[in-house]
Structure formats: structure tokens, C-alpha cells
Design a protein around this ligand. Sequence first.
Ligand SMILES: Nc1ncnc2c1ncn2[C@@H]1O[C@H](COP(=O)(O)OP(=O)(O)OP(=O)(O)O)[C@@H](O)[C@H]1O
Length: 210
Amino acid sequence: MDKGLSLRNVVISKDGASLVSVHHDIAPGDVLTIMGPSGVGKSTLLAFITGTLAPAFDAQGTVCIDGQDITHAPPHRRRVGILFQDDLLFPHLSVGANLAFGLRPGGAQSTRLEKINNALDEIGLSGFADRDPATLSGGQKARVALMRMLLSEPCGLLLDEPFSRLDAALRAQVRDMVFERARARLLPVLMVTHDAEDAQAAGGQIITLA
Ligand SMILES: Nc1ncnc2c1ncn2[C@@H]1O[C@H](COP(=O)(O)OP(=O)(O)OP(=O)(O)O)[C@@H](O)[C@H]1O
């Protein structure tokens, strides 16, 4: 497969014992959900994909994105976006400055501002560029974090329990927005979750690690 995210014969071990074993292709716009009990290696698999695996682990296999083998690429060259359960907006920067962090370097200042304003329009937060993140609701922060990640123009999206801190109503709203935006950009998505409803809403294949 040329496009999408491919995990080929991936085996991650620790202290000589195999922890995670995955062989799977995620097509552009599709979601693969990974479930499984605490400590089974879900976050470790995401770390392998982002290139941030701790030295305690030994990994075999390859990860390809958009047809490129990125197994040994440095993390900043992988073009993989990740969203965590904590939205991690920089509290000392405005919403606009937070979004600017997502932008790839270069380009005229006016173009950069236009991209930030378009991003805010896309998530229904027009005019929020100068706001302090502390004055946003949980759902608004989650949307800004999503757009900051998308502004980096990733080729694939990883979600590590991204909705678990949101209450039920907000959770469904933010979740729908993340999946919609990913589908619209034809991004392959790999989501780790403990939540059966999140897995169901993703609509794709589910793998349970044991
Ligand atoms: N940096 C590290 N060095 C050594 N061992 C680690 C490290 N990080 C995690 N582990 C161990 O590796 C195993 C897998 O951890 P991991 O965080 O991937 O689990 P998980 O499935 O994501 O769990 P959870 O659902 O609780 O987040 C666990 O036994 C954990 O203790």
C-alpha cells in the first residue's frame, strides 16, 4: 500500500519477552482502534511509531507512512501528529500563538496569520486568536489542540486516549470533530482507548492486545 500507515511485522520486546506484535495497514481516512488492559503496551506501540521508544525496549519490523519507511527517521521528520488526553496547550501563550506552533516554518507572516484564522473558523472559534487558553472551555481547548496538530500537516494521526477527560456530551462532540477532520484530510488514524464507545464511534477495525 502506498498511502496510509503500515505496521509491518512489528514486534516490541522488553527484557527478552515479546510485549506487542502487530501487522496492519491503515488506509487513508480509516481508523484502527487498539484496546487492551493497562500495561499491555499500547502507548509503547505509539512511541515506536513516533520514534520515541524508551531504550528499555527492543523493536523489530517497519513503520511506513505515505509509502515512506520511517522506522529509523528522527521524530521531527515523521509527519505523524499525536493527540493525548491532556490537550497540552501552552498556558502562557494566546490561542493564536499556540496554533502558530503547529505551523511548519517559513512563509510570509500574512499567510501564517491567514492559516491561523482559517483554522479558528474551521472549529467555530473565529476571533479567538488573542484569547488566553485558561479562558476556554474543555471542548474549546480540545478543538484548538486538534487544529494545532493538523496545522503541522501530518500524514497520519495517533490518538492516545484523547477524549477520556471530557464529559459524555462533549466527548461525543470532540470525537466526531476529530474523526471528521481526519477523514476530510484522508489521514490514517490509529487510536488507543479503553472506551468501548470511542472504539464503536471510530467505525474502523478494532485490535485487542492481550
Ligand atoms: N520507559 C519505560 N521503561 C521501561 N518500561 C516501561 C517504560 N514505559 C513503560 N514501560 C512498561 O512497558 C509496559 C507497557 O507500557 P505501556 O505504557 O505501553 O502500556 P499501556 O498499554 O499503554 O498501558 P495504559 O493503558 O495503562 O496506558 C508496562 O509494563 C510498563 O510498565
